[in-house]
Design a protein around this ligand. Sequence first.
Ligand code: DAH
Length: 343
Amino acid sequence: MALQDFLDQLDELGTAAESAFGDAADTETLEAARVTFLGAKKGRLKSIQQQMGSIEREDKPMAGKAFNATKGRIEAAFEAAQQRSNNTDSDSVANAQFDASLPGATFRCGNVHPITQTIEELKEIMGRLGFSIVDGPEIEDDWHNFVALNIPDDHPARDPLENFYLATAAASSGAKDPVGLLLRSQTSTVQIRVMEKTAPPIRIISLGRVYRPDTADATHYPMFHQIEGLMIDTNVSLADLKSVLRLFATSYLGDDVTIRFRPSFFPFTEPSVEADYYWNGQWVEFGGAGMVDPNVLKAVGYDPEEVTGFAFGLGVERLCMRRHGVTDIREFYKNDVRFLAQF
Ligand code: DAH
């Protein structure tokens, strides 16, 4: 074969291949064009290569060079076409998956723990009745948890088995009269802390954790929350206590709530009552309450002849359970999102 014919054929092949690859509108056409031009067995480039054998020996180097150049040209045209087709393909896949009419992706927000929600609501209710909110420490001493509350040394409430006493530095150093520290067993401690620092009149509530070594069951948990109330003024009476508790219960549970008092005993109140409320056809224990014992008033330096007051201490979990129909206190502390997300 004459060199010039060979070169012309190469040129023609290059142009044909470029336009075929350039025109290929989809992957199938492109693949067909690839097989036509670049196919390893029957491709047109291959068949031109086979013709090289018939070229004059002295023309061979020239022919080989031209062949390689055309091969590079065709391969480049194929790669460009392939690149273009990949881009359009992925565009069309993305387009097919985007449906503007579908609702957007939602992100689940956490929500406030039911006990925290209850605490916030109780604060709000009592705030409207003119009670301000105070906090007290969860690690308490003997004085605030027992002594000032008129709980004598031999009272069963001070039993080591009933309290989480702390192994204090003073106790372990063998000091003679170590300051007993414990995780507070009741929020009544805060009454003492407030009265020690403030002159009457007083109208406060305190909400927080208390600790008792109870075995956890449906109604007990070693840590739970109480709301403590204290009102001290001249001429405060049991009737005031009942009004406040009734307002409190109706605000939290609804208008159809009735309150009743049963006689009881607490070292820090005299008289002491157990308050119940009637709601949804049932009498339910509300918590303890009473008129602050004169001994407590004296312990904080008040004159029981001048001021009187009432106090109450209610379980927060119990209120929340009643309102939402929760039957097991342990649910609050399992941290199971399926439970917590319902509130
Ligand atoms: N502190 C008591 C308890 O944990 C509850 C209580 C009873 C609190 C009578 C009071 C009160 O303030 O007056 O069982």
